[in-house]
Write a protein that binds this ligand. Structure first.
Ligand code: ATP
Ligand code: F6P
Length: 454
């Protein structure tokens, strides 16, 4: 049978996968689960996380450490009920067409893993265990401090006491925890074991393409502090004329932005730390990056080139409407999926950006100088924006966006250069060359800092 894509960005055939998280508390399981969910949703794969802790909280909102002691029969019973409820919901979701369900719990005993495995096997669902194993005491303590003392489990409690209780919770889990295949009798499972945040990984019995995508993505995650800076190229001559695509030079104001960019970057970095710069292969991004300091390593990526407008390349929106009226309407109706004749859709762009996302996850500080559509797609990945809305997002010219990933989200700061530029944002139905964006086009972003560089 010919492989099919179900209209998704990656080939999934009829695969259903349950990703079962494994590991002691505070090992980053929820962090990994939400990263995987985001990555898959960005690729239009239907993915959902079922966090057993959330189910347990219905019944035991703020349990103390002894609730998690295996010899506490009542605690055991209630934890089992919570796991059953999460799995039941997950199976219901799979029956409605879900593709990758992520079961976020400790699943730290062999019995628990066997139970989940058997339940899934009966429903024809593949199981991929993902274990995070980490013995770095300092990191565990930092995780407890950063995310556990502020969890709903300890709401209103003294952080010191919460941290102590959480350590006791971990001790109770340690009494029964078995790392996957510790006894050599879990070899038949498909699993990825991530040790010390990826310093070492073990991959066992990966079965298909989608599993291998997930595994490869998770292998590349790191938690070292870093930021990603995004900027469109300076205003181009085509921007001035309201023409799309092409390979135009910068306008005089675009050149001014290029000269200003090093200042803007230095200000947002807060020092002289060198960044790695990625541009597209088009003149306008290369010209924009050319005054950045020489110790910034620069790399050109074809994958960062602007969305290919095919036969419409070089036209104004009015010309497109005149020559291809049906296409003009079709694009407005479904901008994410509309593919220009002989060119690309936003969905196509996401597929070609996948290696960029992978490389970004592996890297530390990166500055990307790219184009409107490309920036929208990268931004949507980090900021969890809905794919159907992101093609309508306003990304002003001459603005540097700094994104800083945190444990459960991404901080954003915007630095607007004090150099005017035309607007290239376009509302539905409009053929105006330059139009003021409506407030919704800002997609609800609320920058932490907006600084002007004079
Ligand atoms: P619990 O079992 O209590 O739900 P958990 O294992 O789900 O705990 P998280 O809530 O995900 O733990 O912990 C988040 C913290 O873990 C973040 O501070 C994140 O930086 C860190 N982290 C992310 N990945 C890893 C990893 N592979 N190993 C250790 N810590 C990690
Ligand atoms: O107008 C500038 C530009 O970068 C064009 O080259 C590109 O076709 C367009 O933006 C993408 O934006 P939209 O998807 O809103 O047409």
């Amino acid at each position: 049978m010919a492989p099919r894509t179900n209209g998704r960005a990656v080939q999934v055939e009829d695969t259903k996968i349950c990703v079962v998280m494994v590991g002691l508390p505070a090992r980053g399981k929820s962090y990994i689960a939400q990263k995987a969910q985001r990555y898959l949703q960005w690729l239009s794969v239907d993915a959902k996380t079922f966090n057993v802790g959330n189910y347990r909280r219905h019944d035991a909102p703020q349990p103390s450490a002894d609730f998690f002691d295996m010899s506490n029969a009542e605690g055991e019973r209630r934890r089992r009920v919570a796991a059953e409820a999460a799995i039941a919901d997950m199976l219901g979701w799979f029956r409605q067409g879900g593709v990758i369900g992520i079961l976020d719990a400790t699943n730290s005993t062999k019995d628990r893993r066997k139970w989940v495995y058997d339940v899934c096997a009966r429903e024809g669902i593949e199981v991929l265990f993902v274990e995070s194993k980490c013995d770095d005491e300092n990191l565990i303590m930092a995780n407890i401090r950063d995310v556990k003392t502020t969890s709903p489990d300890y709401k209103g409690q003294d952080p010191e006491k919460a941290a102590l209780d959480f350590r006791n919770r971990i001790k109770n889990y340690e009494k029964v925890y078995k790392t996957i295949d510790a006894d050599g009798d879990e070899k038949h499972y498909t699993y990825l074991k991530i040790m010390d945040v990826g310093a070492q990984v073990i991959i066992n019995r990966i079965q298909d393409y989608l599993q291998s995508r997930v595994v490869y993505y998770l292998m590349n995650l790191h938690i070292r502090p870093r930021s990603v800076w995004l900027s469109r190229h300076g205003e181009s001559l085509y921007n001035l004329y309201g023409r799309i695509g092409g390979d135009a030079d910068l306008s005089p104001r675009g050149h001014q932005y290029a000269k200003k960019l090093p200042d803007l970057v230095r200000k947002s970095v807060g020092g002289d730390r060198p960044l790695t710069v990625w541009t597209s292969t088009l003149k306008r991004t290369i010209q924009t990056a050319r005054f950045l300091p020489e110790n910034y390593n620069q790399l050109q990526w074809k994958a960062l080139d602007e969305l290919d407008a095919g036969v419409c390349d070089g036209m104004t929106y009015q010309e497109i409407k005149d020559v291809y009226p049906e296409d003009f309407v079709a694009r407005d109706e479904d901008k994410y999926n509309y593919r220009y004749r002989g060119g690309e859709s936003y969905r196509d762009v996401v597929i070609r950006l996948e290696p960029i996302i992978m490389e970004l996850e592996r890297s530390e500080d990166i500055l990307i100088v790219t184009h409107q559509a490309i920036l929208r797609c990268i931004y949507a990945y980090f900021m969890k924006k809905d794919q159907s809305r992101s093609p309508w997002m306003n990304v002003p010219l001459h603005c540097l966006i700094k994104l800083t990933p945190r444990a459960y989200g991404t901080d954003e700061e915007r630095y607007q250069a004090d150099i005017p530029a035309v607007s290239t944002w376009r509302g539905k139905g409009s053929t105006a060359k330059h139009e003021d964006p409506v407030p919704e086009a800002n997609l609800g972003y609320s920058p932490v800092v907006t600084a002007a560089a004079h």
